[in-house]
Write a protein that binds this ligand. Structure first.
Ligand SMILES: Nc1ncnc2c1ncn2[C@@H]1O[C@H](COP(=O)(O)OP(=O)(O)O)[C@@H](O)[C@H]1O
Ligand SMILES: [Mg+2]
Length: 439
């Protein structure tokens, strides 16, 4: 059936959206994409950052500050808030938006108001422009320091063909060059990993020092404070505290994640609004599953065909066998079975990289196991419902998997019955034997 939007359908959509929004007074306080002014706690982390950024005033230059900690611990928020409120020039980019190392420099240039460059123009040319733009900016503002914030820094290292370490080296060299011009620059990297986990070469490591700020995950009560504050500002009516506590509990199950808590609160409110009810724990439960679904759909629809095949292979094995861990080679065999015959297969090596991507995106977890004299091998386990993944990857294909599981179970049942039957017969023949022998 064709789906289309006519006037009537649009009216319904508008009605639904209005219902969803009916219980809010101001949703902007539940927007994870905008930077908030009401930050709760995090004084010591902010203080450390300010101290590093302003150390140049007393002649000490910190070329790079590494901010790290789990997701939703306030890293992006604090860095932007501090930069916006100090007398510094800064450029903030999220490297997730760039697919390649060259894409990163383009992202930075475009943030500074410059048009995109072509790959062929080369990295050195790009850095020449970058330097000019920084100097212009500092000239205009009369600030002495330029702060380059590279959020989700780890994504830079996903570019296998580009040279991430070289790129960082070039920025560090630029920092040193600016210093000779009596201008300062500080790189702030933000990531959930420690800097030493990246493949930075010695030239870089020896120049950047060890200025780090760790963002510990929030406790359940920190998360609760954050969402209590947001709830007050964004809902028309007061929300029961046990609902907020429930949101905070769920968002602290693994590690205290403020982003998750805010998303959960907003989505629960939307669901309650649609149902024209007061927001309750029931709506929070519904929000949990809706958010998980959305997240998975986003990851999967953004992935390549082979990425989806890797997801499908893991889902199928997990679903059919009701079991957790699967080796790379079993998954590769499964991938080869599912792939459409007219598509070129990727290599075993590329496939194992695909599995690592799966882990990076949070769909699976991995562990390394010794295979005795065969060295080490990786094992993968799905961290979400296989049916959800299978259905979002290939909705036309998944029903056939469900079907084959049913068949497999029916066959298992049948063979069990057969065994029972034959063992029954054996005992009765034994009975006959006994009778013949006169027992
Ligand atoms: N201390 C805090 N006070 C108020 N809101 C916070 C605090 N820490 C995080 N948040 C909010 O939680 C969400 C996630 O924070 P974010 O800085 O994006 O985390 P991270 O970058 O560490 O993943 C944002 O909406 C942010 O406004
Ligand atoms: Mg962030």
């Amino acid at each position: 059936m064709e789906h289309y939007v006519d006037k009537k359908a649009l009216e319904k959509i508008v009605g639904d959206v209005r219902a969803q929004n009916s219980i809010f007074s101001d949703k902007s306080f539940l927007d994870n994409l905008s930077v908030t002014n009401s930050i709760i706690g995090r004084e010591s982390e902010s203080k450390k950052l300010v101290k590093f950024l302003l150390s140049y005033e007393k002649g000490l230059v910190v070329p790079l500050v590494s901010i790290y900690g789990r997701s939703g611990s306030g890293k992006s928020t604090i860095v932007q808030f501090v930069c916006q409120n100090l007398d510094v020039d800064f450029c903030y980019v999220n490297l997730r938006k760039a697919k390649t190392v060259f894409g990163c420099i383009n992202l930075i240039l475009s943030e500074l108001g410059h048009e995109n460059l072509k790959n062929a123009q080369g990295m050195n040319y790009a850095f020449g422009i970058f330097e000019k733009l920084i100097l212009q900016k500092l000239e205009k503002s009369d600030n002495s320091i330029f702060v380059l914030c590279l959020d989700e820094f780890d994504t830079l290292f996903y570019d296998k063909r580009g040279k991430p370490s070289d790129f960082v080296y070039k920025i560090v060299v630029l920092v040193e060059k600016l210093r000779t011009l009596k201008r300062h620059m500080c790189i702030v990297t933000i990531s959930n990993k420690v800097l030493s986990e990246f493949n930075l070469d010695d030239r870089v490591v020896s120049r950047i020092g060890t200025s780090e700020i760790y963002f510990d995950s929030y406790s359940q009560s920190d998360v609760l404070k954050i969402i209590r504050n947001r709830a007050k500002k964004s809902f028309l009516k007061k929300i029961d505290d046990d609902v907020l506590q429930y949101c905070a509990d769920i968002s602290s199950e693994e590690h205290g994640d403020a982003r998750r808590a805010i998303d959960l609160l907003r989505t629960s409110g939307e669901i309650a609004g649609t149902e024209n009810e007061k927001i309750s724990k029931k709506h929070v439960d519904k929000a949990v599953s809706q958010l998980q679904k959305n997240q998975i759909t986003t990851i999967i629809s953004g992935g390549s065909y082979h990425f989806r095949l890797a997801c499908a292979a893991l889902s199928r094995l997990t679903y059919i066998n009701d079991e957790g861990w699967h080796s790379t080679s079993d998954l590769f065999k499964q991938y080869q079975k599912i792939i459409s015959p007219d598509t070129r297969q990727i290599s075993y090596r590329r496939f194992s990289e695909m599995l690592v991507e799966l882990v990076n995106s949070g769909i699976a977890v991995s562990k390394t196991e010794s295979k005795g004299r065969h060295g080490y091998g990786s094992q993968f386990k799905l961290s979400v419902d296989p049916e959800l993944i299978g259905n979002s990857c290939f909705p036309d294909w998944w029903p056939s998997v469900v079907e084959s599981k049913k068949k497999k179970e029916a066959a298992a049942q049948a063979s069990k019955r057969l065994k029972l039957l034959s063992s029954g017969r054996r005992s009765s023949s034994l009975g006959n034997l006994y009778r013949t022998l006169g027992f």
